[in-house]
Design a binder for this molecule. Sequence first.
Ligand code: NAD
Ligand code: ZN
Length: 342
Amino acid sequence: MASMRALQKKAPGPGLELCEVEIPQIRPDQVLVKIEMAAICGTDLHIYNWDTWSANRVSPPVTIGHEFAGRIVEVGENVTGLAEGTLVTAEGHFTCGRCYYCRTGQGHICDDVKILGVDVDGIFAEYAAIDAENIWPLPDGFDPAIGAVHDPLGNAVHSAYVHGLTGKNVIVTGCGPIGLFCIALARQAGARAVFASDMNEYRIELAKQLGADHVINGGSEDLETVVKPATGIGADVLLEMSGSSQALASGLRSLRKGGAASLLGIFSSNVSIDLDAVIFNQLTLYGINGRRMFDTWFQMQAALEAGLDITPVITHRFKFEEYDEAMALMNSGRCGKVLLVP
Ligand code: NAD
Ligand code: ZN
């Protein structure tokens, strides 16, 4: 049996190991993909650091990673419509297809979801076996680096498009990769003004580069004092991409009456919000869980075809064997999206 290199969580505890493992054998409904580019997600960093979430959720040994672009090198016998040689990425949430949500077109909130690189072996490897129905083919000559960030870009598209941004005053709290994608999407959609906040100077600079009009340091400045004077009544839309209760509170205070918020950022503990303000200002709070399958993917494809430029968000590339360095950089926050090249 031929072998390959894979970045695995071999046992509970911090760190990863670059291992020699067997190339996965595909099921009849899967394809084998040779990975050309991988991207590191916050989830991978949690698993690397082995925080409480990971300790409760992940069962080693497992190959981690779910953001990738690669080429199909083998097609399962029951798979139609996919060919060897095609550049692809994939939706990393495998749905059951049988639960209430799957059967009503809401597979993104499936009751029995399995996650690539968490519940099943992922893509920080030379090859990965992927369910054909999750494969998203990319056009010929497509940049694998952009292909590799479709999953987080999809989170931004889902969050941004649910309210519509054209002509709107938009706030983005948290300028990690997903917040930065939101800024680019808001600009492309023709937002009237884009307000952004982060605490990290590196990311504040990236937010400006992506076209945010007003970027504040959420640690020392209050969004409301910038947004209210610039808009007269407050912003139309808040895209909460930080997972910070303080950013959420200041974002909600900066919305106009009738405003709407997409909540994507994940909070490490319970958060209290001013529900009276939600009620009397008639705010809409919309939770975002991953990408709609596959509405979000078609919207993302359209945005990219129309010229969405997210290249400034991708700031670093490392070789597979430099994973410790890549994870240390991610922990420092002095980066946008970080890629791993097998
Ligand atoms: P990230 O951690 O790289 O970015 C979060 C950013 O928020 C950081 O730059 C941080 O400096 C900033 N921040 C922290 N406190 C702040 C404050 N008080 N004010 C302003 N900014 C502040 O994360 P990411 O990969 O861009 O993802 C964004 C969020 O979405 C994370 O919380 C992540 O866990 C979550 N997420 C949710 C889903 C989902 O399906 N709901 C999917 C993927 C990621
Ligand atoms: Zn389901």
